[in-house]
Ligand binder design. Structure first.
Ligand code: FES
Ligand code: FES
Length: 164
């Protein structure tokens, strides 16, 4: 099996090495780099669980080869919270609004939300909800996720403690 050199940044840290050309970015992030917050569900670009940020864009890491990320800056869900544990606004909104249950889909959803929220002109409610069509959640019925988006985009007040 032929190996290829790779050099990239993951969550601000430099990684280099030689990898098989067939290795997906998802497997590289999970197995080689240890970022197990990258969840792999369908492995065919449908569920969105494996979404990470590559050079500022939300990408399905099961559909991208690791060698294709050579030279890129990659961010996984592990990079969202501040070093002191302060949650990123998208995490806080999901937490406030019970936007997750088992949490399997959540890292991918958070990364898509983060791209849309952190850009120069943050996405509004409609655009963010439309982006969620690329994420499958088997638990929540999407209502908590919708509430989180409404809070995030300023279309709703934060949920009360204990409200569902
Ligand atoms: S695991 Fe990548 S989209 Fe489902
Ligand atoms: S919280 Fe379980 S799949 Fe979304």
């Amino acid at each position: 099996m032929s190996e290829h050199p790779i050099a990239l940044t993951i969550n601000g840290q430099a990684y280099t090495g030689r990898i098989e050309g067939r290795l997906t970015l998802a497997d590289y992030l999970r197995v080689n780099a240890g970022y197990t917050g990258v969840h792999v569900g369908c492995e065919q670009g449908v569920c969105g669980a494996c979404t990470v940020i590559v050079d500022g864009r939300a990408v399905r890491s099961c559909l991208m080869l690791a060698v294709q990320a050579d030279g890129s800056e990659v961010r996984t869900v592990e990079s969202l919270a501040a070093p002191d544990g302060t949650l990123h606004p998208v995490q806080q909104a999901m937490r406030d609004n019970f936007g997750l249950q088992c949490g399997f889909c959540t890292p991918g959803i958070l990364m898509t939300m983060a791209v849309l929220h952190d850009r120069k002109e943050p996405a509004g409610e409609d655009e963010m909800i439309a982006a969620m069509s690329g994420h499958i959640c088997r638990c929540t019925g999407y209502q908590g996720i919708r509430r989180a988006i409404r809070q995030l985009t300023g279309s709703a007040e934060p949920a009360q403690e204990g409200a569902h």
